[in-house]
Design a protein around this ligand. Structure first.
Ligand SMILES: Cc1cc2nc3c(=O)[nH]c(=O)nc-3n(C[C@H](O)[C@H](O)[C@H](O)COP(=O)(O)OP(=O)(O)OC[C@H]3O[C@@H](n4cnc5c(N)ncnc54)[C@H](O)[C@@H]3O)c2cc1C
Length: 299
């Protein structure tokens, strides 16, 4: 049993379904769930209490890149909704890890700060994007991050400089860690200046492109990473799998690298589809697709 300090203890939820906290709108329940909305201090206190009491803890932002097992997640899941940002001189932005990417992109645009337009229609939070090196339209977190503040069990608050994050395509030194014994608190981003109207125009073009090429509704975005020199969606489509269905999940007829949950899909449906698509694509093209999404609650 987890004991939290008094202001937070009453907000601890038990046996709470994670479906409403993930973009695919599926998955089982967390034994314990805490939604942090107030402050970095609140987030740190809750996560530190779990570490101190050896309760397994997983921090999620928008749940936009995780497939939660139907059997749920043991221990504590913390949903990070702490949303703070400060705009400093010379294009420096200090932003809390729970800040939504889409909202941050718009705020940067309003402040005449360019370089973050790519994030205007990417779901999720700064924390998840820091870990995953999220990116789109030729930009990514690696191109923006100067440094990241972390809370680490035992080490307190530390600062990682961009070079220490070892960013590469949709991965980072943090994503490679299997201990999950760290919490991204905030990120320092470096942007350049431009006319707000020009920034808005680029963001509008990115949004329009996404509406044309990607399906609406519940999904996890791209299921697989693009293999070198090719696109996972193109390969899946070339194998005739667009529209293929397993249970409540379907390979999107709009974009074959998206699996949409349009009929009450389970995580088991998604996993079966991942395995099927990997097998068919490997048999027909020789390429083994690697998942971009992360499975949680499976160990
Ligand atoms: C419709 C759709 C479109 C998408 N398009 C794109 C796209 O264009 N480009 C792209 O890169 N991605 C895309 N994605 C995937 C997703 O948006 C990104 O991976 C995003 O960065 C996930 O952020 P999140 O906050 O939801 O992370 P989550 O899914 O909540 O978590 C991801 C990982 O980060 C960890 N984590 C999250 N926050 C913290 C924290 N504060 N401290 C420590 N660990 C943390 C989690 O434990 C987990 O391991 C898309 C997803 C959807 C649903």
């Amino acid at each position: 049993m987890l004991r939290l300090p008094p202001p937070y203890a009453s907000r601890l939820l038990r046996d709470e379904s994670l479906a409403r906290y993930t973009a695919a709108r599926l998955g089982g329940a967390a034994d314990l769930l805490y939604v942090a909305r107030e402050s970095e201090a609140e987030l740190s206190a809750v996560v530190s209490a779990a570490w101190a009491q050896e309760v397994p803890v997983r921090v999620l932002g928008g749940g936009a890149n995780v497939l939660v097992a139907d059997s749920g997640v043991r221990g504590l899941v913390v949903i990070n909704d702490v949303s703070q940002v400060s705009f400093q001189a010379d294009g420096i932005v200090e932003v809390s890890s729970g800040h939504a990417l889409t909202v941050l992109a718009r705020k940067c645009g309003t402040h005449g700060l360019s370089g973050f337009e790519w994030a205007v229609s990417v779901p999720g939070t700064v924390g998840g994007a820091v870990v995953n090196n999220a990116g789109a339209h030729g930009g990514d977190m690696a191109g923006n991050v100067v440094s990241v503040r972390l809370l680490e069990g035992g080490a307190g608050v530390t600062t990682l400089m961009q070079a220490e994050l070892a960013y590469a395509y949709r991965t980072s030194a943090l994503k490679q860690r299997t201990d999950h014994h760290y919490l991204v608190l905030s990120a320092r981003l470096a942007l350049t200046t431009d006319e707000p109207e020009a920034i808005q125009a680029r963001m509008a073009a990115f949004i329009a492109h996404r509406k044309r090429t990607q399906p609406p509704g519940a999904s996890l975005g791209s299921i697989f990473k693009n293999p070198p020199g090719d696109y996972a969606g193109r390969l899946i489509e070339s194998c005739g799998l667009k529209g293929f269905r397993m249970g409540g999940a379907q390979v999107s007829p709009v974009h074959a690298n998206f699996f949409v949950n349009d009929a009450g899909a389970t995580a088991a449906d998604y996993l079966a589809m991942v395995a099927h698509v990997q097998r068919v694509v490997r048999e027909q093209t020789g390429v083994m697709l690697e998942t971009e999404i992360e499975m949680i609650g499976y160990s």
